[in-house]
Design a protein around this ligand. Structure first.
Ligand code: PLP
Length: 399
């Protein structure tokens, strides 16, 4: 199948209108006017196409961002939320009820793991955690009440590649929905084109790219987005994690530089990961032929955006990981901080930070080393100089 270019799809959402601002006007209102009581009733009953009733439901600015994100992911519709976690939790709670079961990759963002492990059982929703690259175990874990197979396109922090087409086949043969978190690979992978039913994002990361806000998105077919925003039964409408329209507008502007930012992140990560590999460091990056699923990634990716901005270095011990991160920070290579997708380099020791919600024994059994440093490379213009400093930091910490 010939894939269409996500960058062109986003561009196509731009509106051309004489005398209009180049950026869409921001609708700074929490509520909207009606001419008559009857039209208000019709709007609440869902009988009026495209009307706005209250800002927790829809807002014109959020609608513009949602449409651009739906274009990015090539889905019929989209919805924006106040965080990536809201996108994930709302999606799962919209699909699942008490008595249901979900299957998830054991390697996921720690907050997602904690939601599945600690909160879902309180709602009588059972969860099986497994190695998502072991498709036989995914099939074997399916129960009559399984509603969702959940994974990240490229998992946090182990950078395991999810075989989305095969997972979709397995899910759909049993009437199960495949939900993919595409936070690590926006524009690089288009999960819905590969068979995913719902694509969720933490916009906080690459899509916004400025580390100045927290936001999320859900991209899916119109039925799903209508159900999640339904005034009577929609989880997002009723739990209310609405994104502020002022933030929506600024994320929308940043979205249009995503294609060039992702390409630069990818080029920089490929260069540094390659240098670490030549040096004999324990480096994981899907763009390296040494990555076990390099060929699988090749079969999933859109051409022209590389393999993403994330790689990891295993320093062996927590102590060495800390020495390495402090040495990098001292050399002004970036910040010892959680999160990713920023224009500066960010690094953290996954086991003690963004995966600390996962118990130590589970971390070890899934292959998460205590010395793992996850690095989100920045948009450095002279990556050769960055490497020289990073190599010196690595050598200093490895002594
Ligand atoms: N998904 C992934 C892969 C993440 O890494 C994160 C946060 O780090 C989230 C979701 C949660 O996003 P947010 O912090 O915007 O709620």
């Amino acid at each position: 199948m010939l894939k269409s270019d996500p960058a062109l799809r986003i561009q196509a959402t731009l509106r051309v209108m004489e005398h209009d601002g180049v950026n869409p006007a921001i609708t700074d209102s929490s509520t909207f006017q009606f001419d008559t009581g009857n039209s208000m009733t019709d709007c609440f009953d869902g009988k009026l196409e495209g009307c706005f009733l209250y800002g927790r439901h829809w807002n014109p600015t959020n609608l513009i961002l949602s449409k651009a994100l739906a274009a990015l992911e090539n889905t019929e519709s989209g919805w924006v939320t106040a965080s990536g976690m809201a996108a994930i939790t709302n999606t799962i709670l919209q699909i699942c009820s008490s008595g249901d079961h979900i299957i998830t990759s054991v390697t996921t963002y720690g907050g997602t793991y904690a939601f599945f492990k600690n909160l879902l059982p309180r709602f009588n929703i059972a969860v099986t955690f497994l190695d998502i690259s072991d498709l036989k175990s995914v099939e074997a874990a399916i129960r009559p009440n399984t509603r969702v197979i959940y994974t990240e396109s490229l998992t946090n922090p182990l950078l395991v590649v999810s075989d989305i087409p095969r997972l979709a086949e397995i899910a759909h043969s049993k009437g199960i929905k495949l939900v993919i978190d595409n936070t690590f690979t926006p524009i690089i992978i288009s999960p819905s084109e590969l068979g995913a039913d719902v694509v969720v994002h933490s916009l906080t990361k690459f899509i916004n790219g400025k580390s100045d806000c927290i936001a999320g998105a859900i991209c899916a077919d119109a039925d799903f987005i209508n159900s999640i925003s339904d005034v009577n039964s929609g989880v997002s409408m009723l739990l209310g994690p609405v994104l502020d329209p002022l933030r929506s507008a600024s994320i929308h502007k940043n979205l249009f530089t995503l294609p060039i930012r992702i390409l630069k992140h990818s080029q920089n990560a490929a260069y540094i990961a390659g240098q670490f590999r030549s040096k004999g460091a324990v480096v994981t990056y899907p763009g390296l032929t040494s990555h076990k699923q390099h060929e699988l990634f090749n079969s999933l990716m859109n051409p022209g955006y590389g393999y993403g901005g994330l790689f990891s270095i295993d320093m062996g011990t927590k102590e060495k990981a800390n020495l390495f991160m402090v040495a990098m920070q001292k050399r002004h290579l970036g910040y010892l901080a959680v999160s990713l997708g920023y224009y500066k380099t960010l690094f953290s020791n996954s086991g003690t930070s963004t995966s600390s919600e996962i118990p130590l024994d589970v971390q070890r059994s899934m292959g998460l080393s205590e010395g793992l440093v996850r690095i989100s490379i920045g948009l450095d213009s002279d990556i050769g100089s960055t490497w020289k400093e990073m190599e010196a930091a690595y050598d200093e910490a490895s002594q």
